[in-house]
Write a protein that binds this ligand. Structure first.
Ligand code: GLN
Length: 480
C-alpha cells in the first residue's frame, strides 16, 4: 500500500486511480484509531470487524465517496451501531432504522468507522457534557475540542478519519471545527434530511460535514443533501454538483465583514487571524463591504429561550417507558418517570429542560418564548438586509481559541457566550462554514466563518476553496 494521503481529495484520487483500495484506507484509519484514540477519546463506538467488512464491500461500489471512511456523531441513528447521544438515558439504545444520511452514505459505499463523542443530546460547547467519556483537543490535550460535535472534529483533526458528520443547532459543527483546525459546515435548514437525527431543537438542527479540506466537505454534503419525504422540513430543491464547480473561483465576490463581531470580549488572536483572512479575499479581488447586524447582540438570549423550549418538548419522550433508561426502583408510575429521568439525564440536559418548561409555562410564554420568536424574526431580517448588499458574510466563528478543560464548567452563561457568532445562522436557517485560518502563539487553531444566503452552499464552498488555495494550514497536523 502506498502512503495514505492526508486530504480527502487525495484519498478519492488515489482510490479512483487504484493506487489504494478502500480496504487499505480502512485498515489505515482503523490502525490510527487503535494507536491514538486512547489519548484523544473521539470515538464512543468503534468496531474493527465491521469496518473491515464494509470496506471490502465498498471496493465493489462506484461513487466519489466509495471506500472513504466516515466518522458519525452519536446522535445519528445507524442500525449497525449504538446511538447513545452520549447520555446514560440512551446508553444501550440500538436504533431499529437508519437515518436518511446513513442510508445515503451506505448506498454511496462510504465506510462507517464508528460513532463519536459529543455533549449529551448535543447540548454544550466543549464535549464536557458527555456522560460517556472525555474528548481531548488533538492540538493540546489539556484543551477541549469544542462541542457539541467535539468527537467528530477531533477525529478528523487527529487523522483518525478523513471526514465526519456532526449536527449543528447553535454552532456545534463550526465551533469544534474552529477549535480543532478543520473545515466544518452547517447547511441551509432543510438541505439535509434530519430523519434519524435525535432531535434537540427541531427548528434549528441540521446535519453537516467535517473534513481537513474543503473538497471532503463538498463531497460529503453532495451525498447527504436532498429532499426526503420522511422529513417534513426538508427542502424540495435540486442539489447542485458541488464538486464540479468547487475549483472555479468566484468573480466579483462582494464580501461583507460583520463589524459588530470584532469588539470587546473577542480575543486579539481571533481578530488578527480573521482580519488577515479578509485581506486574503481582498488580494483575490473581492470587494470588502462593512456590514452591521444590529440585532446580533440578542442572538444568545434568543437562542437560549428557543432551543431549551424545543428541547423540553423533544426530550419528554425519554420517560423510561416510551424511550430510554428505566429506573430499577420505583413505587408508582410517577416515581418511575421521575427516577428514570433523574438517573438518565445529566445536569446540563436537566438545566435546559427546566429553562424550556419555564419559558413555555402559562404566564411566562408571552414574556419569554413569544418574545424570543419575535426577536428571531428581527435577526433573520438583519441577514436578509445584508444579503441585499453582499454575496456572503465573513467574521469570527468564536470569540476565542479552544479553552482549557474545566474552565467554564461551573459558569454555564460564559459557556453559552462562546456561541454568539454561530447562533445567528441557525436562527436564520442559512448556511455557514468554518475554515482554518491560522494558529495562536500557543499553537491552537483558529477559524474564520463564512455565512451565505439560503441555499448558498455552492458559493460558500467555492469561496472557502479560494481561501484554502492561498495557505497551507489545512496541511498542518498535530503531533500525537
Ligand atoms: N453550544 C450550543 C448549545 O449548547 C449549540 C449546540 C449545538 O449546536 N448542538 O446549545
Amino acid at each position: 500500500m502506498s502512503a495514505v494521503p492526508s486530504t480527502t481529495r487525495q484519498c478519492v484520487e488515489q482510490l479512483q486511480s487504484n493506487s489504494l483500495t478502500g480496504t487499505d484506507l480502512a485498515a489505515h484509519f482503523a490502525e490510527q484509531i487503535s494507536t491514538n484514540d486512547s489519548r484523544i477519546g473521539a470515538f464512543l463506538h468503534f468496531d474493527a470487524d465491521r469496518v473491515r467488512e464494509s470496506a471490502a464491500e465498498a471496493d465493489e461500489t462506484e461513487s466519489p465517496l466509495a471506500g472513504i471512511p466516515v466518522a458519525i456523531k452519536d446522535n445519528i441513528c445507524d442500525v449497525d451501531s449504538f446511538t447513545s447521544c452520549a447520555s446514560r438515558m440512551l446508553q444501550q439504545y440500538h436504533s431499529p432504522y437508519d437515518a436518511t444520511v446513513i442510508r445515503k452514505l451506505k448506498a454511496a459505499g462510504a465506510v462507517l468507522l464508528g460513532k463519536t463523542n459529543m455533549d449529551e443530546f448535543a447540548m454544550g460547547s466543549s464535549t464536557e457534557n458527555s456522560a460517556l467519556g472525555r474528548t481531548n483537543n488533538p492540538w493540546n490535550l489539556e484543551c477541549v475540542p469544542g462541542g457539541s460535535s467535539g468527537g467528530s472534529a477531533a477525529a478528523v483533526a487527529a487523522g483518525l478519519a478523513p471526514v465526519a458528520l456532526g449536527s449543528d443547532t447553535g454552532g456545534s459543527i463550526r465551533q469544534p471545527a474552529a477549535f480543532c483546525g478543520v473545515v466544518g459546515m452547517k447547511p441551509t435548514y432543510g438541505r439535509v434530511s434530519r430523519y434519524g437525527l435525535v432531535a434537540f431543537a427541531s427548528s434549528l438542527d441540521q446535519i453537516g460535514p467535517f473534513s481537513r479540506d474543503v473538497y471532503g466537505a463538498a463531497a460529503l454534503l453532495q451525498v447527504i443533501s436532498g429532499y426526503d419525504p420522511l422529513d417534513s422540513t426538508s427542502l424540495d430543491e435540486p442539489v447542485p454538483d458541488y464538486l464540479a464547480t468547487l475549483d472555479r473561483p468566484l468573480d466579483n465576490l462582494k464580501l461583507g465583514v460583520v463589524e459588530d463581531w470584532f469588539g470587546e470580549g473577542v480575543d486579539e488572536s481571533v481578530k488578527q487571524a480573521v482580519t488577515a483572512s479578509v485581506d486574503v479575499y481582498r488580494k483575490l479581488g473581492a470587494e470588502i463591504v462593512p456590514i452591521h447586524l444590529p440585532h446580533s447582540q440578542y442572538c444568545v438570549a434568543t437562542y437560549y429561550i428557543i432551543a431549551p423550549s424545543e428541547a423540553s418538548s423533544n426530550l419528554s419522550r425519554y420517560d423510561g417507558i416510551h424511550y430510554g433508561h428505566r429506573a430499577e426502583s420505583y413505587g408508582n408510575l410517577q416515581e418511575l418517570y421521575a427516577n428514570s429521568r433523574t438517573e438518565g439525564f445529566g445536569p446540563e440536559v436537566k438545566r435546559r429542560i427546566m429553562l424550556g418548561c419555564y419559558a413555555l409555562s402559562s404566564g411566562y410564554y408571552d414574556a419569554y418564548y413569544l418574545k424570543a420568536l419575535k426577536v428571531r424574526r428581527l435577526i433573520q431580517k438583519d441577514y436578509q438586509d445584508a444579503f441585499e448588499k453582499v454575496d456572503m458574510l465573513i467574521g469570527p466563528v468564536t470569540p476565542g481559541p479552544a479553552f482549557r478543560r474545566g474552565e467554564f464548567v461551573d459558569d454555564p452563561l460564559q459557556m453559552y457566550m462562546a456561541d454568539m457568532f454561530t447562533i445567528g445562522a441557525n436562527l436564520s436557517g442559512i448556511p455557514a462554514l468554518s475554515i482554518p485560518c491560522g494558529f495562536t502563539s500557543d499553537g491552537l487553531p483558529l477559524g474564520t466563518q463564512l455565512i451565505g444566503p439560503k441555499l448558498g452552499e455552492e458559493k460558500l464552498l467555492r469561496a472557502a476553496r479560494m481561501f484554502e488555495q492561498e495557505h497551507s494550514w489545512h496541511d498542518a497536523q498535530p503531533s500525537l
